[in-house]
Write a protein that binds this ligand. Structure first.
Ligand SMILES: NC(=O)c1ccc[n+]([C@@H]2O[C@H](COP(=O)([O-])OP(=O)(O)OC[C@H]3O[C@@H](n4cnc5c(N)ncnc54)[C@H](O)[C@@H]3O)[C@@H](O)[C@H]2O)c1
Length: 285
């Protein structure tokens, strides 16, 4: 523990597993206290209990549906009560169904927009109002490299993450002058259940695959430095995205094909993705 964030009060959505869990662990290691929210109530309570025990710090797990404004308001209010205030909200909950755009049921597209976009908007408004009133605070939104470039096999997901990138870029300019930092984190491929069965080639693995702790480290660094703006993790993916961005779209797609980026999702093993898709697409499938 280095206690860089001692006393800081942090709420994390989608905290039961994956990036959310790793981020909670990293905040606890820095002396912060955390409240985790997740649609998976049993698991988020278990995760919070495990993290409290292993860190010796304070973590609480609460049920949360980020698509429901009442549930989100209750989550934030309970977190404030539990922690004695709130300094940081991390809008992390998100889903990534994969497959052909034309075969995707509209309900699955709606669900992605509800969780990945509407949830982030609701959370940013709820925390933003509180943070502006107290003259300080930090909103961290988890977007994706899929918010910077388009990939076949995750068309609607790309659309949702482009929305989160645009939202962050705009609210950064609205809220920073009022004392509130806004960071948009764009991870590439992170080793969680969300990418189960994906098929990276050697090159993609080298430049674009990271662990949840790498995302957690980037979030901690952003909060410590009060950094507003966009961060791509890892930086090699950011560099690749920046180099591809000015190219005409046809050429960009060809380069992406040559690098094998398209096949990472296109050639995914659907059997290995079945359990994740069942969980992510839920009742709407
Ligand atoms: N893993 C990656 O490769 C990757 C890459 C880029 C961006 N991201 C983004 O990072 C975030 C976290 O992803 P992850 O890889 O840790 O996935 P994950 O599936 O491991 O964790 C996501 C968590 O969000 C929760 N959740 C889903 N719907 C919810 C809802 N309505 N309300 C509250 N909680 C809900 C899930 O129960 C789950 O615990 C997502 O926004 C994802 O899009 C992930």
């Amino acid at each position: 523990m280095t206690n860089q964030l001692a006393g800081r009060k942090v709420a994390i959505t989608g905290g039961a597993r994956g990036i959310g869990r790793a981020t909670a662990e990293a905040f606890l290691a820095e002396g912060a206290t955390v409240v985790l929210g997740d649609i998976d109530v049993n698991l988020v309570e278990q995760t919070a209990a495990e993290l409290s025990k292993s860190s010796g710090g304070h973590a609480t797990g609460l049920g949360l549906d980020v698509t429901d404004p009442d549930s989100f308001e209750k989550f934030i209010a309970t977190a404030e009560q539990d922690l004695g205030g709130l300094d940081v909200l991390i809008n992390n909950a998100g889903i990534m169904p994969t497959g052909s755009f034309l075969d995707e049921p509209l309900a699955v597209a709606d669900r992605q927009f509800a969780i990945n976009v509407r949830g982030v908007i609701i959370g940013s408004k709820l925390a933003g109002k509180r943070f502006v009133a107290q003259g300080s605070g930090h909103i961290v939104n988890i977007a994706s490299v899929a918010g910077l470039i388009g990939s076949p096999g995750v068309a609607t997901y790309c659309a949702t993450k482009h929305a989160v990138v645009g939202l962050g870029s705009a609210i950064y300019q609205e809220l920073e002058p009022q004392g509130v930092a806004v960071t948009t984190i764009c991870p590439s491929f992170v080793n969680t259940e969300l990418i189960a069965g994906l098929a990276p080639n050697w090159l993609t693995k080298q430049i674009a695959f990271v662990e949840p702790t790498d995302i957690a480290d980037a979030i901690i660094d952003s909060v410590v430095k009060k950094y507003s703006g966009q961060r791509v993790v890892p930086t090699t993916s950011g560099l690749a995205a920046r180099m591809l961005a000015p190219l005409p779209e046809r050429l960009r797609n060809q380069v992406s094909h040559i690098l094998g980026a398209h096949s990472v999702i296109g050639d995914a093993d659907q059997t290995k993705r079945a359990a994740y898709l069942e969980r992510a697409e839920g009742a709407e499938k």
